[in-house]
Design a protein around this ligand. Structure first.
Ligand SMILES: [Cu+2]
Length: 106
């Protein structure tokens, strides 16, 4: 009998751990990428910012707008200049929107 109680307890623990892992996976999936096209309006790498006039972002139901994005890595901006038409990918990170990929349209 005692053994049964113990095995139930262990099973419950396993379920909780699994639920925790699954929740963490969803939290990770929360850092989902969004893709859009834009025109580069300003690049301020000293502030780690790129200002983009982006088109609608369907995955966020965003209309077209001009806004600032953080830049994940300054190296991303190599070869990108103001006025360029770009395709870019971004994530939401601590309340900021951060560009993770950006490339000029050919
Ligand atoms: Cu926007």
């Amino acid at each position: 009998m005692k053994r049964n109680v113990m095995s139930v307890f262990v099973s419950v623990c396993v379920v909780f751990v699994l639920a925790g892992l699954i929740t963490m996976q969803f939290a990770d999936a929360g850092a989902v990428s969004h893709e859009g096209t834009a025109t580069v309006k300003a690049i301020e790498l000293d502030k780690n910012i790129v200002k983009l006039a982006h088109g609608p972002i369907a995955s966020l139901k965003w209309p077209a707008m001009v806004m600032n994005f953080k830049v994940k890595d300054h190296a991303l901006m190599q070869g990108i200049k103001v006025g360029d038409s770009v395709t870019f990918t971004f994530i939401q990170s601590n309340g900021d929107y951060m560009v993770t990929h950006i490339q000029p349209d050919k």
